[in-house]
Design a protein around this ligand. Structure first.
Ligand SMILES: O=C(O)CCC(=O)c1ccccc1C(=O)O
Ligand SMILES: [Mg+2]
Length: 336
């Protein structure tokens, strides 16, 4: 692209096919903005800004304020000087700037025909519904080819969740990997109980499935306790909320975190700086969605394909896709 772009944006709101329940409650509607850059040769780049403020990114209001104060014509300088307080904006603008430079043919997608990359379900992790519903839903996802599942914990009473978990471990087939995501919702005692339970399962050689990790057991403020837990148990811990942005990621790494880092490209910040960090430090990563729409998803998957290096499934299961995926975009940009 040349150095000057026409900048346009449209806010959107979309209802999930199924709501996402975490220990922060129920989430039904995704709000964000789609942006378009058009250069002097009329080449177009699309970007998505899909913040999750409860997770540590900027708010939607901050995104809207930022976009509204920009002029209709912007430059590379504008794109690469977005402040770190707006990480989802950094992602949206930079990925629109990169749009069109990507190649589709990697471990996540095979190319049966040049038009349509086909996701390779085995490389993706699928979200199970929370609570007991997981027990009847995993099979449909298994049939679609998923072999890695994520189940939310820290939503209900721990005794109930442990019971469902025990059933899950007995019914899931061999060669399944299971991730438990607490979204920072456990107490220190509960985190110990979950880790001990998982370690005991691991010691039981008859158990066919693998507990891959527990994600963000404690709140962000309790980094030292998580560091201690990571050395006390066999079961791995993945940081997620603690490393929501690039700045937090660097700080946790600097303070000695050597287990797994979940990276959500949609809110982590500048893709170019993320690439630099990952190339510099060979960290163990899991790439994950922010439940963005197809625009942000393409950009996030591109980054995941470039930077994944440990065979870990990526958290971009298709389980939360939106309704009317084709017509939505045309309505949003009615000049297409
Ligand atoms: O990471 C995944 O496997 C799916 C995505 C996911 O769980 C998620 C999606 C939106 C917001 C927060 C989270 C999370 O990992 O906690
Ligand atoms: Mg998580």
């Amino acid at each position: 692209m040349t150095n000057d772009y026409r900048f346009e944006f449209r806010p959107y709101q979309r209802r999930f096919l199924r709501s996402l329940t975490t220990n922060h409650g129920k989430w039904d509607i995704r709000e964000g903005i789609i942006l378009r850059l058009t250069d002097e040769t009329l080449r177009v780049g699309w970007g998505e800004i899909a913040p999750i403020s409860w997770f540590g990114s900027e708010t939607l209001e901050q995104v809207l304020d930022f976009c509204r104060q920009l002029p209709g014509e912007i430059t590379d300088e504008t794109i690469f000087s977005i402040p770190d307080e707006l990480p989802a904006c950094q992602f949206g603008f930079e990925s629109a700037w990169e749009w069109g430079s990507w190649k589709w043919g990697n471990e996540f997608f095979s190319m049966p025909n040049a038009q349509c990359p086909m996701p390779n379900a085995q490389s993706f992790s699928a979200l199970l519904p929370f609570g007991e519903a997981a027990l009847n839903q995993w099979e449909t996802l298994w049939q679609k080819g998923y072999r890695t599942f994520k189940w939310k914990i820290g939503v209900d009473a721990i005794a109930d969740e442990l019971k469902i978990f025990e059933s899950l471990t007995r019914i899931l087939p061999a060669s399944t990997k299971l991730r438990l995501d607490a979204n920072g919702g456990l107490s220190y005692e509960e985190a110990n109980l979950w880790l001990r339970t998982c370690d005991n399962l691991k010691a039981n050689a008859e158990l066919p499935l693998e507990i891959e990790f527990i994600e963000q057991p404690l709140p962000v403020e309790q980094f030292q306790q998580m560091l201690e837990l990571s050395t006390s148990y066999e079961t791995a811990i993945a940081l997620d909320e603690s490393v929501a942005t690039l700045k937090q990621l660097a700080a946790c790494h600097q303070q000695g975190w050597r287990e797994i880092f979940v990276i959500k490209p949609g809110i982590v910040g500048s893709p170019s700086r993320l690439r630099k960090f990952c190339h510099q430090h060979q960290i163990d990563t899991v790439f994950s969605s922010v439940l963005e729409t197809a625009i942000g998803r393409l950009a996030a998957l591109q980054i995941a394909a470039e930077l994944s290096r440990n065979n870990r499934a990526i958290g971009f299961g298709i389980d939360h896709f939106f309704e009317q995926e084709e017509t939505w975009f045309q309505t949003l940009w009615n000049d297409l």
